[in-house]
Design a protein around this ligand. Structure first.
Ligand code: AHG
Ligand code: MN
Ligand code: MN
Length: 331
């Protein structure tokens, strides 16, 4: 029987860079991101799933301080990003400040959430490592506006996510599609599959925290009431997991504004999710898969000009016709 070879992620990316006449710097960057993802996955399997991690500040059976899975994942990503020398600056959900890396020689800005969906950790259920990448203006001066880390999603060159610990990895490349890979028996990401959101509503899913419905705006509550029966309802509680399903089945993921909470302090008029490393990442992947994403004013997520690196946004992401319908509801 002939041996069968699946195309590897690295080989796929090399072909992509050559096709578009690009350098291999991006390959080196992606190599570090993949290495970090594998390492997070290893810690998740050997630590979190075996109950060895606990919460930050607690003490394990050996009397050592235990790190939270989020912090471990963050340390891992920072290590690999800094060591590849291609990154100018990084923004992490876990770091208050922008992180300087190779400021003079780097080419890329990386925005990441090393471990999204932490409430799933205690259950061994899926979490995500989400990242977006923008590039420096290589011709201009180092102080030009394109050398700034606060970039809108439409300027990202790539964005992706690992669903940990499932071995699934999705990467979208600007104007070159959204591609899914899986980790094979040798922990190599293989077999690119192009993701296109299905137009046929048969399997469309609706994904949001339904427990919040009564605290959404009247517009959003009304839309849910009129439309929920058209969808299958699914919610994993980790954006990467929920969005992973959506890319195959179509439909809508949303995290609306919370504006009608009985305790006004609990309101979240800006939504919960972060623009640079959560919303933009899925919006970018979704656009490359033929879908779209907006906030609650009907503005495209990828067109939002960030004012701060931890800025939040409301998020509606999914099938284009559903987003078009929502734009007319919001405008
Ligand atoms: P975190 O960044 O704190 O891990 O939050 C997870 C995010 C996202 O992954 C998920 O879709 C959403 O928050 C879930 O929030 P709710 O618990 O409010 O539903
Ligand atoms: Mn997060
Ligand atoms: Mn996180």
């Amino acid at each position: 029987m002939p041996v069968e070879f699946e195309q590897t992620f690295r080989n796929f990316l090399m072909g992509h860079q050559e096709k578009y006449n690009r350098t291999y710097h991006f390959l080196i960057l992606m190599d570090s991101i993949v290495a970090a993802a594998k390492r997070i996955e290893l810690y998740y399997r050997t630590g979190a799933l075996k109950g060895n991690l606990g919460v930050a500040g607690s003490i394990n059976v050996q009397g050592e301080n235990v790190m939270k899975m989020d912090d471990i994942a963050n340390e891992i990503v920072l290590h690999y990003l800094a060591s590849n020398k291609r990154v100018i600056q990084a923004v992490s959900e876990e770091c208050a400040d922008v992180i300087d890396m190779n400021k003079s020689g780097g080419r890329y800005f990386v925005y990441f959430d090393p471990l999204d969906g932490s409430s799933n950790v205690a259950h061994g259920l899926p979490v995500g490592f989400l990242f977006g990448i923008a590039k420096r203006n290589l011709e201009g001066s180092i102080k030009g506006p394109e050398d700034f880390h606060l970039r809108q999603g439409s300027e990202y060159i790539a964005a992706g996510m690992f669903v940990i610990p499932t071995g699934m990895f999705t990467l979208a490349l600007r104007d070159a599609g959204c591609w899914r890979f899986h980790s094979d028996e040798t922990a190599t990401y293989v077999k690119p599959v192009r993701m296109i959101l299905p137009e046929n509503p048969q399997n469309w899913e609706l994904s949001f925290n339904a427990g919040n419905t009564s605290v959404f705006s009247e517009k959003v509550g009304g839309w849910i009431k009129d439309n929920i029966s058209k969808y299958k309802f699914r919610y994993i509680g980790a954006l990467a997991g929920d969005f992973h399903r959506l890319l195959s089945n179509g439909g809508l993921f949303m995290y609306p504004a919370i504006v009608n909470h009985p305790d006004p302090k609990e309101n979240r008029p800006q939504g919960k999710l972060r623009l640079l490393y959560e919303a933009n990442v899925v919006a970018f992947m979704c656009r490359e898969a033929g879908g779209d994403a907006i906030d609650e004013t009907g503005t495209r997520i990828l067109d939002i000009k960030p004012a701060g690196h931890h800025q939040r946004t409301t998020l509606y992401v999914g099938t284009k016709s559903v987003i078009d319908e929502l734009i007319s509801v919001f405008k």
